[in-house]
Ligand binder design. Structure first.
Ligand code: GLA
Length: 329
């Protein structure tokens, strides 16, 4: 073996790595994906989808939890120390928008929201932060229409039915969704006075369960109930409360929103429950598209559209596997 080859290869290796390393480090794109409910299937799937896109396109996604303001700000500090150029976030409270945007700006990071849009100090959507989320009102109407159709199929008299509306009026997308469902029910002949609010503290099953239970006990005269909320996790809380109160599945029609693991588990039970269906939206698409928008902004300096609204498909026990496949879930 030619002895000269080794030192010259070594020298080549050293000079290659000298000129490549800084360039690679500069090119490396790293983004955060911060979610308010890291244990919920919807958000796990969004983060998975973003991570997968990063693997395909060659950028890194750091998955973080932001269950309150303090945790979000620490997550942003953490991202900055890792050299991230921006982050996607579904905030735990939309009124944290200005504080979050400020912190990002201090670090020169780009930020886009997914699912829950930031509000400014006047309570208006922060239009300068690009957002991707559900078309809440339209999807809500689909919920109301699905409930009305199932009531009719069961031969219920709309004048005699009560609605449990698990509400979260602090969160604009939640209000838009329940408003849409309410309007569709009223259009189908539902009686407004028979709609009872159960305001929840949060957007999960346990807060919905806690809010729902007293509503059933106070309104024992109704034999038939419909249940709706901003998401299926909350509708499931309402359905569990109806069971605990003693209502049977044929007395309850609950329709949620999301189409994630929580709904799949319910549809997989041997016997039907009061959880009749859910309007499924592709969390895979939400995760991929929001991450892609941010990546394009970072790498090509193209700011994403101010607001992208996504649509949904009704999923029931009969078609859930097909819809799941169609939506890439
Ligand atoms: C909100 C809800 C989630 C999910 C997303 C989808 O964040 O809390 O469960 O419905 O919207 O946009």
């Amino acid at each position: 073996m030619n002895r000269k080859v080794i030192p010259s290869l070594l020298a080549l290796g050293v000079s290659l790595s000298l000129c490549l390393t800084p360039a690679l480090a500069q090119d490396e794109v790293k983004i955060g994906f911060i979610v308010k409910k890291p244990e919920q299937a919807w958000f796990i799937n969004e983060q998975d989808a973003a991570t997968k896109l990063g693997q395909e396109k060659g950028f890194k996604v750091v998955r973080l939890s932001g269950e309150d303001g303090q945790q979000v700000l620490s997550a942003i500090d953490n991202l900055n120390s890792q050299g991230a150029q921006g982050f996607v976030i579904c905030p735990p409270d939309v009124r944290l928008g200005p504080a979050i945007a400020n912190r990002a700006k201090q670090y020169g990071m780009k930020v886009v929201t997914v699912d829950d849009q930031f509000l400014d100090a006047d309570g208006k959507p922060m239009a300068d932060v690009p957002h991707l989320g559900m078309s809440g009102y339209k999807i809500g109407r689909q919920v109301g229409e699905a409930i009305a159709a199932e009531m009719q199929r069961r031969g219920w008299d709309p004048q005699q039915v009560a609605a449990l509306r698990i509400s979260n009026n602090e969160l604009p997308t939640a209000k838009a969704r329940t408003d849409g469902a309410t309007d569709a029910l009223l259009d189908a002949g539902f009686v407004e006075q028979n709609i009872f609010d159960a305001p929840q503290q949060n957007t999960d099953t346990s807060s919905a369960f806690a809010a729902a239970s007293p509503v059933f006990s106070k309104n024992g005269r109704f034999e038939h109930w419909v249940i709706y909320a901003l998401n299926e996790e909350s509708v499931l809380g309402g359905v569990r409360a109806s069971e605990q109160y003693g209502l049977s599945p044929d007395q309850v029609i609950g329709v949620g929103i999301n189409g994630s693991g929580a709904a799949f588990a319910e549809f997989s039970r041997q016997k039907p429950t009061g959880f009749y269906g859910t309007v499924a939206v592709s969390s895979t698409m939400h995760g991929r598209q929001s991450a892609d928008n941010l990546y394009t902004w970072i790498t090509q300096d193209k700011k994403p559209p101010a607001n992208t609204e996504t649509t949904g498909t009704l999923m029931t026990r009969d078609n859930w596997q097909q819809v799941r496949e169609d939506l890439g879930l």
